[in-house]
Design a protein around this ligand. Structure first.
Ligand code: COA
Length: 248
């Protein structure tokens, strides 16, 4: 069974994380699938919107930590870098339906989505610093722009998580609903019925103000991130995670 369920329903493409036994931690193969699906959808007239969602109880526990240790991403051609570029440049509406934990890239990818719907119990966190790393996906630019410097710095530097109610108040998500996927589907279908070129042009205009800045910040974050992955601080945090696995 594929670790990304990839289906087209009408004009809406669904990409669903399907690795629930690992809390949908994102492997290199999953990033590669997601990137290709986004890039293909960009040029496919039959796709009017994409929904990112998940199987099981959680959205995703973020990047697979074992992959980080075994295959640390370093070049622009790494699967995660290609996925983040596809996310930044995706020209059509991208909608996320979030439930349970959205850790690390599970939260930072939402900063690129056009509409995010979450369940009341969804929980968001970006514990990069706690792992000896730095935030990625342009989040050091996008998150303070959204919530203000003080709140962004507190969340990044402490690694603390936040709830759906807080995410709604911050403007990270658009709606809270017990059936986030059903609401995301309704919104995607509504958008899919709009004139497609007007939708694409409007998204381009909405994103234009930040696009180049985000691309530059993403590059800088990635360079520091790649170095941090080799650091003693990161190794110590990863070993702690592995030790917890071993003892469970
Ligand atoms: N990478 C690889 N495997 C992961 C993972 C990750 N990021 N997150 C969870 N898993 C795996 C666990 O190892 C475990 O697998 P196992 O049963 O084979 O040991 C399974 O998913 C369930 O996770 P578990 O830790 O037992 O669940 P929990 O409810 O006790 O804790 C979290 C949930 C999210 C707090 C915890 O899994 C965690 O801290 N994960 C890492 C999150 C993270 O730091 N992500 C990277 C951000 S860059």
């Amino acid at each position: 069974m594929s670790e990304i369920l990839d289906t087209l329903s009408g004009a809406v493409r669904y990409l669903s994380f399907n690795r629930p036994r690992k809390m949908n931690a994102l492997s290199r193969g999953m990033y590669a699938h997601l990137a290709k699906a986004l890039n293909d959808s960009a040029g496919d007239f039959s796709v009017r919107a994409v929904i990112i969602t998940s199987e099981g109880d959680h959205f995703t526990a973020g990047n697979d930590i074992v992959d980080f240790m075994d295959n640390p991403p370093s070049a622009d051609s790494s699967e995660v870098a290609v996925f983040l570029a596809a996310l930044l440049n995706f020209p059509k509406p991208l909608i996320a339906a979030v439930k349970g934990n959205a850790v690390g890239v599970g939260t930072t990818m939402l900063l690129h989505c056009d509409v995010v719907v979450a369940t009341p119990s969804a929980n968001f966190s970006m514990p990069f610093v706690s792992l000896g790393l730095v935030p990625e996906a342009g989040s050091t630019f996008l998150f303070p722009s959204l919530v203000g410097y003080q709140r962004a710095a507190k969340i990044f530097l402490t690694g603390e998580s936040f709830s759906s109610t807080q995410a709604l108040e911050m403007g990270l998500i658009a709606e809270i609903d017990g059936d986030a996927l059903a609401v995301a589907t309704r919104i995607a279908q509504q958008i899919a019925e709009q004139p497609p070129q007007a939708v694409i042009n409007t998204k381009a205009l909405l994103k234009a103000r930040n696009h180049d800045s985000v691309a530059a910040v993403m590059r800088a974050e990635f360079e520091i991130f790649a170095l941090a992955l080799q650091s003693d601080e990161a190794m110590e945090a990863f070993m702690k995670f592995m030790a917890k696995k071993g003892s469970s």
